[in-house]
Unconditional design. Structure first.
Length: 472
């Protein structure tokens, strides 16, 4: 990607980054998109969960308006300790850390980069402490860490007393937190040492992408939702999301409300348990597990719902929802939401304004909220309208400006550079698109010459019909 003269001011190190999906990946991608001239992203090529190459990372980087540098890995594989002996594991971990530190120093040397933001505290906190030592030796750099919440609240067997976590946080000049819940959690951990470090930047939503629209007829047919009132959940299938309790609550309403359906979009390790509950409740025809969907179809799946539901709860090990981007995305698509009361979801959902907040452990409370939003159309519409206003006030542009200020960058100067980057990016993307279209036309013309007959339109129809098969 061509760039205007000058260097980025911020190096953002993100282990979770597109094409990986998830809350933090969405946050970092949108921050960079709003300030492409100022933010350089350092991300991995392989997924630390399974060690496999990330599908689509080259395409993502080619189309993104900001610059991205990739290393093979930024952290050791999750299962590496079980797959190798301890010495090999430690040597591999040291090699990854040295490569990462060397790359960071190479990227920040000389004029330009004035701040480094670490996006994952647990896996990269050591980098903050290493850079802090270099700052004391004369390296001119502002150190920032982005904290989402669960990395502070979840019990860590490798850091049971939070000593390493605390040391990493104190190595940062600024600590960005995404919710008031996270702010208070970090403040309690650091005590008086948190003074002057904490900055609250609540997560945002891309209202240019997420907005109300009609249900797509092909998806309505795919999931057999015609004439139905639909609850929808869009998230990674984890226990803390509370979908098991949502299914149980749905089961109490289903016998008296045959028009109800519950569409669950996403994948994850909790899926087998959800399938077990669905079977136990005999809801196979009423609760639909759609699986993962493409980014292109994500908004259309939100629009299939009448009400969004994700009654999140804190688990025994402290794992909880740091904010809940999906609530804002659902609001932006015109849906009222039902959220759990634990973690940072109260910052995303204000009960009675853009949704209802319930105890995610209580099937009775969840069912009562679901029933209310089915039966009380006026309340449902009022919450949906208010949710649209909340989403409209949560755009990423203002969040990015706050982030630039935390990193010591003047947002006004950055905006002038970003307009230049946007012009360059638009020209390059348009050129790439034109070449791709030309390539498609050339291939189609070649096939027609080879077979000496036009493409049978019935094949196109059959291909389109096959896409309506549910992904389970």
């Amino acid at each position: 990607m061509s760039r205007p003269s000058g260097r980025p001011s911020i190096l953002l190190i993100a282990n979770n980054f597109p094409p990986v999906r998830g809350g933090s990946a969405i946050v970092y991608d949108n921050l960079a998109r709003q300030a492409p001239s100022e933010i350089l992203v350092l991300a991995p090529r392989r997924n630390y969960l399974d060690g496999l190459p990330m599908i689509g990372w080259r395409e993502h980087d080619r189309r993104a308006p900001y610059a991205t540098r990739r290393l093979d890995l930024l952290r050791t594989l999750i299962d590496a300790a079980g797959a190798q002996n301890r010495m090999r594991f430690l040597l591999g971990d040291v090699a990854i850390r040295l490569r990462l530190l060397w790359t960071v120093l190479r990227l920040v040397r000389g004029p330009g980069v004035q701040a480094v933001c670490v996006g994952e505290l647990l896996s990269s906190g050591w980098l903050l402490t290493a850079l802090r030592r270099l700052v004391r030796l004369g390296l001119r750099l502002r150190l920032v860490v982005y904290v989402h919440g669960e990395e502070i609240t979840t019990q860590d067997p490798y850091d049971p007393d939070r000593r390493r976590c605390r040391r990493a946080l104190l190595a940062a000049d600024r600590i960005v937190v995404v919710s008031r819940f996270t702010l208070e959690t970090v403040r309690a951990l650091l005590g008086p040492d948190s003074a002057g470090r904490l900055r609250l930047i609540e997560n945002g939503v891309d209202t240019g992408r997420f907005f109300p629209g009609a249900r797509r007829p092909d998806l309505v047919r795919r999931y057999r939702l015609s004439g139905c009132f639909s609850f929808v959940s869009v998230c990674r299938l984890l226990e803390k999301k509370g979908l098991d309790q949502a299914i149980r609550a749905f089961a109490t309403l289903a016998p008296s409300m045959p028009e109800l359906r519950y569409l669950i979009v996403g994948g994850g390790p909790f899926e087998p348990e959800l399938r077990r509950i669905i079977g136990e409740m005999q809801l196979e025809e009423r609760v639909i597990l759609a699986g993962q969907v493409t980014d292109e179809e994500l908004v259309a799946h939100y629009r299939l719902g009448d009400v969004f539901v994700m009654p999140n709860r804190e688990l025994e090990n402290g794992d909880t929802e740091g904010f809940g981007l999906v609530f804002l995305e659902a609001n932006a698509c015109g849906l009222p939401v039902i959220a759990g009361c634990d973690g940072g979801s109260r910052d995303a959902v204000r009960s009675g304004e853009n949704g209802l907040v319930v105890d995610g452990r209580s099937v009775t409370e969840i069912a009562a909220a679901m029933r209310r939003l089915v039966e009380d159309g006026a309340a449902r519409e009022a919450l949906a309208a208010s949710g649209l206003r909340v989403a409209a006030g949560s755009g990423w542009e203002s969040k990015s400006r706050q982030f630039l200020e935390v990193c010591g960058v003047d947002p006004e100067v950055a905006s002038m550079h970003d307009r230049e980057v946007a012009r360059v990016h638009d020209r390059e993307v348009a050129g790439v698109h034109d070449r791709e279209v030309a390539g498609v036309h050339d291939r189609e013309a070649g096939r027609e010459r080879a077979y000496a007959r036009p493409v049978d339109s019935r094949c196109t129809s059959r291909t389109a019909d096959s896409s309506s098969t549910p992904s389970r």
